[in-house]
Design a protein around this ligand. Structure first.
Ligand code: HEC
Ligand code: HEC
Length: 255
């Protein structure tokens, strides 16, 4: 319990500093995904357009996951709505998020990854990707979902809104919201350009809202994939964000 309280204090402190941070114009240099991710001097963002498939050791990852479970839960279903669920998330997405947390000191995650090696981050990502989140506890009170809002969210997700310039989310996050439909496809140069497009189904509603507002407000600029999603976020108004988050969070996580 003491440990959890200390961790929550880290989160609170880091969140305040993240809010206080000002934003720069889009950067000009990038590091190739094949290169050593944490080289000095640190390039301003990670280029994920030409990355190679990643592998990690699931058992080793499980052995290293005790600290993570304090916030993300033992099965990767988080203990609080502001912490993302990571069980069943795409391995490549998680690995590159961890790399970005290491490069950027402003996330609540930054102090938690500071001492992780590259191999630790691969193993932890492989472990969480391998988990199938458990079905909802039948004894637990189901989260109330506004059915009209959720239907609007589903429609936006599947067909977009041409009047507002919102493309269908499913084109990049999959019709089942489990990630890009071509996530596992390797191109002729051996790259997997879509492997790090995240799954969204069953994510915490509050986390989705926070994240979508961060893209909309141009606060995500750590990687080329951040820029892709920023182009979408800029078109979302508060009502669209509410509707999308309500629907996505109402889906059972995992496959
Ligand atoms: C103190 C609570 C806490 C602990 C402990 C913690 N996390 Fe996190 N994690 C968070 C929060 C909060 C975020 C959201 C960070 C942000 O948006 O900047 C996050 C984000 C993430 C993400 C990105 C998920 C997404 O959908 O974008 C991954 C992956 C992750 N954590 C993995 C881990 C791993 C692996 C560990 C153990 C080494 C760990 N976390 C430990 C709170 C925690
Ligand atoms: C053109 C492709 C594309 C489209 C269309 C798209 N996204 Fe994304 N989205 C991405 C990529 C790439 C990322 C990963 C960004 C990063 O690295 O942080 C992402 C990240 C996200 C995240 C952060 C997930 C997490 O766990 O941190 C959310 C939430 C999200 N998208 C929701 C949406 C919604 C809702 C829509 C439809 C309105 C949408 N996206 C449309 C490509 C897209």
């Amino acid at each position: 319990m003491k440990r959890t309280i200390r961790l929550l204090a880290i989160v609170a402190a880091c969140t305040v500093s993240a809010l206080a941070q000002s934003q720069d114009a889009p950067p000009e240099e990038a590091v190739a995904a094949d290169a050593q991710p944490v080289e000095q001097p640190t390039p301003r963002y990670v280029d994920l357009r030409r990355m190679r498939p990643l592998t990690g050791n699931v058992a080793a990852g499980e052995a290293k996951s005790e600290l993570c479970a304090a916030c993300h839960g033992p099965q990767g279903i988080s203990i609080a709505p502001t912490f993302p669920n990571i069980g069943g998330q795409r391995m490549d997405f998680m690995y590159w998020q961890l790399v970005e947390f290491k490069r950027n000191p402003d996330s609540p995650m930054s102090p938690l990854v500071a001492d992780l090696t590259d191999q630790d981050m691969l193993d932890l990502s492989a472990y969480y990707a391998s988990l199938t989140p458990p079905p909802a506890d039948p004894a637990a009170e189901p989260e109330p979902v506004d059915a009209t809002l959720a239907r609007l969210g589903e429609q936006l997700y599947l067909t977009g809104d041409p009047a507002k310039g919102i493309p269908p989310c499913q084109g990049c996050h999959g019709v089942d919201a489990n990630g890009h439909p071509d996530a596992l496809r390797t191109d002729r140069d051996g790259h997997t350009p879509y492997a790090s497009y995240p799954a969204l189904r069953g994510q915490q509603a509050i986390y989705l809202q926070t994240k979508l507002a961060e893209y909309r407000d141009g606060r995500m600029d750590d990687s080329t994939t951040d820029f892709v999603m920023t182009g979408i976020g800029e078109r979302l108004d508060d009502d669209s964000i509410q509707a999308l988050s309500a629907w996505l969070s109402s889906l059972p996580p995992g496959q």
